[in-house]
Design a protein around this ligand. Structure first.
Ligand SMILES: Nc1ncnc2c1ncn2[C@@H]1O[C@H](COP(=O)(O)OP(=O)(O)OP(=O)(O)O)[C@@H](O)[C@H]1O
Length: 361
């Protein structure tokens, strides 16, 4: 995680009143910081993002970007880059001209703008597609062009609205990892709206949870995961997520990273993906199976743990487990009774490799 706060890049008080909805949030972001706005449908995330972009007018409030009030300025004068799901590429222009468009609008001469665009397309891995029209690009490629277009204007604020939502699962993994790398190099502030907790956990330095137009919780992914304050957040962070080091299909979980509590470690997990170097490994609590005695001949990842707590979670129970890493498991009420799950008890924990997801960190 990058996290060093180098001074405030964005400070915004966003108030937007509609007939049956009121957004009232305060958002700040340091230079280089990535904020993920999370929340249930209709919470006001998109409204907040559009207000920052200048596409929705503030009823009250202010937006200060790099020390300048920008809320009275039109979108194109705010030093903002946008990667919105519905903010499409210009269909009649090549990838190169799409990316060169912003710099051209900033007054950069045509040849220089095109050189810059070429450089950005190279950075997002599309150096061979500069002449392609958007319709000739795959979803992932189009999203890379959109990112290059947003970054080519060197914005102080990058806004991303569900940037990975339209992509298939495989492409999503790839683009998520790439986006993480580009965000790490970006020196402005970034605000990301996503429904996917993994996107948020992997990409953001800070989660800002919005419900009913207000911020209900914010903090680092680890802080929010450790102390969920609403049901939505509890469900949202119901993912076991760790940092580790991959060597082929084996990942050594060592660095505490995003684990809820760093354990004694190290734990070696088999994962479906073939990777090397620093990675994240994630799996949902529903992928964790519990056994009273050591199951024989299982191909799963297996370790022994101590039950730290059992809590009702919807119609299931969430079991907290301490061991080489801290893990949450979701089990049925019947399993709680059958397995006699009580805090302090030792239990075997199993996770299938195919139910884990490993990603480059
Ligand atoms: N143009 C509009 N005019 C009036 N009301 C709107 C408009 N756009 C959104 N709303 C309402 O404002 C509220 C917030 O919507 P918004 O799209 O910001 O939520 P969201 O958190 O992004 O939701 P989702 O996750 O479903 O995209 C909702 O009640 C929505 O119905």
């Amino acid at each position: 995680m990058r996290g060093a706060r180098q001074g405030e890049m964005l400070s915004a008080r966003l108030m937007v009143e509609r007939e049956r909805f009121r957004l009232d949030t305060h958002l700040t972001a340091a230079a280089g910081e990535v904020i993920a706005l999370l929340g249930p449908n209709g919470a006001g995330k998109t409204t907040a993002l559009r207000a920052l972009a200048g596409l929705v007018r503030l009823t009250r409030g202010e937006i200060v970007l790099a020390g300048q009030p920008v809320h009275e300025l039109p979108p194109d004068r705010r030093s903002i880059g946008m990667v919105f799901q519905d903010y499409l590429l210009f269909p009649h222009m090549s990838a190169l001209d799409n990316v060169a468009f912003g710099p051209r609008c900033q007054g950069i001469a045509k040849a220089a703008a095109r050189a810059l665009a070429r450089e950005w397309l190279g950075r997002v891995g599309l150096g061979d597609h500069v002449d392609a029209r958007p319709r000739a690009l795959s979803g992932g490629q189009a999203q890379r062009v959109a990112l290059a277009r947003a970054l080519a204007v060197r914005p102080r604020l990058l806004l991303l609205d569900e940037p990975l939502a339209a992509l298939d699962a495989h492409t999503r993994l790839e683009i998520r990892a790439e986006l993480r790398r580009h965000l790490a190099e970006f020196d402005g502030a970034a605000v990301l709206v996503t429904h996917d907790p993994l996107d948020a956990m992997v990409l953001a330095d800070r989660l800002v949870v919005v419900e009913n137009g207000s911020v209900v919780q914010q903090g680092s992914p680890a802080e929010v995961a450790r102390h969920p304050r609403t049901d939505y957040v509890a469900r949202l962070v119901g993912l076991n997520l760790y940092r580790g080091n991959a060597d082929g299909h084996r990942v050594t979980i060592g660095a505490p990273g995003l684990a809820p509590e760093p354990g004694p470690g190290p734990l070696v997990l088999s994962v479906a993906e073939m990777l090397s170097g620093p990675v994240f490994v994630a799996f949902p609590p529903s992928a964790v199976a519990l056994f009273r005695s050591r199951p024989d001949g299982t191909p799963r990842n297996l370790w022994s743990a101590t039950i730290s707590g059992v809590e009702r979670h919807g119609d299931q129970f969430r079991v907290g487990l301490d061991g080489p890493v801290s893990v949450s498991a979701d089990v049925t009420a019947a399993a709680v009774a059958d397995l006699d799950l009580l805090p302090g008890q030792r239990i075997w924990v199993a996770v299938k490799a195919t139910e884990t997801h490993a990603y480059p960190a």
